[in-house]
Design a protein around this ligand. Sequence first.
Ligand code: CA2
Length: 151
Amino acid sequence: MTGAPREILLVSGPNLDLLGDREPAIYGSETLADHVAAAVREGEHHGIGVRHVQSNHEGELIEAIHEARGWASAIIINAGAFTHTSWALHDALAAFDPPVVELHLSNPAAREPFRHISVIAPVADGVVAGFGGLGYGLAVEAVARLLGPMP
Ligand code: CA2
């Protein structure tokens, strides 16, 4: 392998740390750790590392995105409910040049009206939504394809 190693920052927003414990009908019974493990496995398949950060605090997520400007080849973000409200996350992602993939377990467009708006979507290259835990692997595959073969 040549070139710098590729690594994705996987960002998980508020309440995703509760997955597996509540609301299984909407979000499934797998835990966030299960989803992160699926992303890591798919990354290994493509020779891409995955670093994960979860926080219930908007500022911590913004700091992680700022820091990723120094090392990440892409960001995959499930911003939780901040998806619908956080222009601060929007602005942080706008300052990150490499690919950004927005990720959701559910399909917010098929749910309550307040979930139909994403302030992340305008600064994302694409969105993976509605496929439950399968989406974590799909999002990593999307990044691998966007980045193309190692130079
Ligand atoms: O479908 C998704 O992945 C969401 O990003 C999940 C968010 C929701 O606000 C978005 O509209 C769509 C919710 C995060 C997890 O919330 C939980 C609440 C209780 C129990 C377990 C998870």
